[in-house]
Structure formats: C-alpha cells, structure tokens
Design a protein around this ligand. Sequence first.
Ligand code: PLP
Length: 384
Amino acid sequence: MIYLDNAATSFPKPEPVYQALDTFARTTLANPGRAGHRMAMAAEKTLDDVRHALNQFFKGAAPERWVFTLNCSDALNMAIKGVINDGDHVVTTDLEHNSISRPLRALEKAGTITLTRIKSHEGYVTAADVKAALTPKTTLVAMTHASNVLGTVQPIEAIAPIVRESGALFLVDVAQSAGVVPIDLKATAIDMLAFPGHKALYGPTGTGSLYVGPRTDGRIRAWREGGTGGDSSSETQPSILPYFLEGGTPNVLGLAGLLAGVRWVAERGPDALRKHEVDLLQRVVDWAETSDAWRIAGRWEPSTHVGALSLFVPESLTPQDLASILDVTFDIAVRPGLHCAPYIHRTIGSFPDGTLRLSTGPFTTEEEITRFLEALTEITAGVL
Ligand SMILES: Cc1ncc(COP(=O)(O)O)c(C=O)c1O
C-alpha cells in the first residue's frame, strides 16, 4: 500500500521502534513500580528515560513535567479541564481539531466559559488576531501549532509572549508538528504542550504526553486519579509530578517504542524530516497549479508547512468517492472528509464534504507521489 495518511498516524515506524517494542515486550513488560522488583524497576526506568528524552528534545523545565497520556485528545482534555474555572474566557481558533474544539464548546454550552474562536486567513492566524481576542477574563489560549487539514504552521513564537504578558496560560496542540518543527520550550513561553506519540515521533498508538510548565503549578487539577506505583498510603493523588496527573498502569510497552522513535527523530533533526515531507508535497502543488480542476487549500509556503496538504475536489466528485477508489483500485491510502476539524472547512468553504488530504512521512518516496498523481489523473480523466 502507498500510505499517504501519516497525519492520522505514521506508518511504517522506523525499524528501531519495532525492535524496541519486541525486545521490551519479551524482557521488561512488568507493571512499572518505584518500589517493586527488578523488572518493575526496569519498566519504571524506561518511563523515566522517555521523560528525559522528551525534556531534552523540547528543552522543557524538568523531566517530571512530561505526563503520559493515551493520545493527544487525552492530553488536551487533561489540560483544558484541569485549568478551567467558572467564568473564564478562552481564546481558540477555527483551525482546531475536535480534541480542542469539543471540550471547549461543551464548556461554553454548559455556561462555564465564554469562548472566542479566531478566524484564520488562508490557513494562518496572527499574533495580532490573538492579541485582539484577549480580555481581562481570558485564562487560557488553546491552539494548534500546525493545522491537520491544511498543514500550515502557526506563528506560536510571536503569539506566546502576548499570551504570557496577559497572564493567561498558553496551551499548544503540537500533534502535527512534534518531530517535524523545532519546538523550544526555553525560548517560547508555552505553558502546556500536548501531543500524541504515534504521529511524527513514531511511537505506537496509545501513547501521548502533556507537558505541564511551572506556571501550571497550583493551577491544574488532577482528573484521573488512581494507583501510581508508589506513595500508596496517601489518601489522595500524590501532589508531586508526574504522579499528580498519572493514575493507573501506563502504556509502558508503547512508551518503550516512543523512546526509540524520539531518539530516531533527534538523530535526524526535525528540519530535515520536515523538508523531505514538504519537498514531496511541492510536486503535488506544482501539479495542481497546472490543472484547471484541482486546487490546494490554504496558502502554500513551504517554509511554514508540514507534510499534510488538502485538495479541493472537483465539483462532480466527492472526497469520499475519490479516497475509496484510490484505496480499492490503486492501493493508495489518503484521508477524505472533515478530518475532525469542521470549523476550518466552514472557513475555506469545503463543509460538509471536506477535502482530500494526503500526508507524507519520512519513508514516502518520489515514486509514490508520482503514482498518486497518475491515479488522480486517471480517475478524473473520464469525469472532468
Ligand atoms: C491537530 C491535532 N490535534 C489533536 C489530534 C488528536 O490526536 P489523537 O488521535 O492522538 O488523540 C489530532 C489527530 O489527528 C490532530 O491532528
């Protein structure tokens, strides 16, 4: 299969990830526990190694600030529901995935918060847009770093100081950028960073993390309470990180795979990985430019783009039909529809059918893009 759905989850994973999963499952898959037997301690040490690797990769304040989650949605829910209080005002954007939009909209509908959703222009929001949306009641700005529909990278380095100055917390969803866009928590005033392990950090599904910076101390509530592998006499969740926000047996096997994935990315560097993905998309952009029937969504600026690109589908076709033909007849996997991000499709005029999204990865080749473009040309030859 030609896999062009890396924005949903990366496939294949780098070889060291498969090796780490296999070895860990055969030798170390005990329940991590700080006071346990040697195998439990070894499993706990792996968790520790992942926290150190993440902290070094993103230049965080301390390894214990990386809390493991099931996926990015879990991390975003933990962040949003952990810090929101009655009467708060929250700023977000129309680029968001439902994992930000839905919790915020539910809180708005319940009357807990007021919400401002900034409208993007050609796939981008600006620092000025964010500044204009802030009010004295704003306690949280929650936004994506890169749109999962358009692939456009938002100027978080310019937005962060504005949010910091206002006193609000800055939550950034880096689901589409972690691993392919450098993120420096020392240089950028981000309070909470949410990401899945299973996209461009190449861990398996079931992994993710929320980074909770120093400004969240005393402001974030625990919402998943339970066993922590230590401090069992404490009647309530231990107040120290990461255990304050982690309850229950973690996906230690998946995290062993994530560790191999993060190391693989760190060796190559996000810039090189992003360049490969975007260079391949450039061919699709060039092809669309020479066609009367196809248009790409959002402004194409290779320097601020990740490896996801949406195509508006010609009127006589639907993204769903096209994706299904690509899958069944050409063995090509892409993603049609709204991509769990309905607001941006309303903004760009592709609601409710959505777009056809392709997303490249480190193992995508030139030949595969050629095959994709040939397939699109062949499918649409009789129709357009
Ligand atoms: C921008 C963005 N945020 C959040 C998510 C949710 O990630 P997960 O499925 O790991 O919860 C995705 C998934 O595609 C995404 O693209």
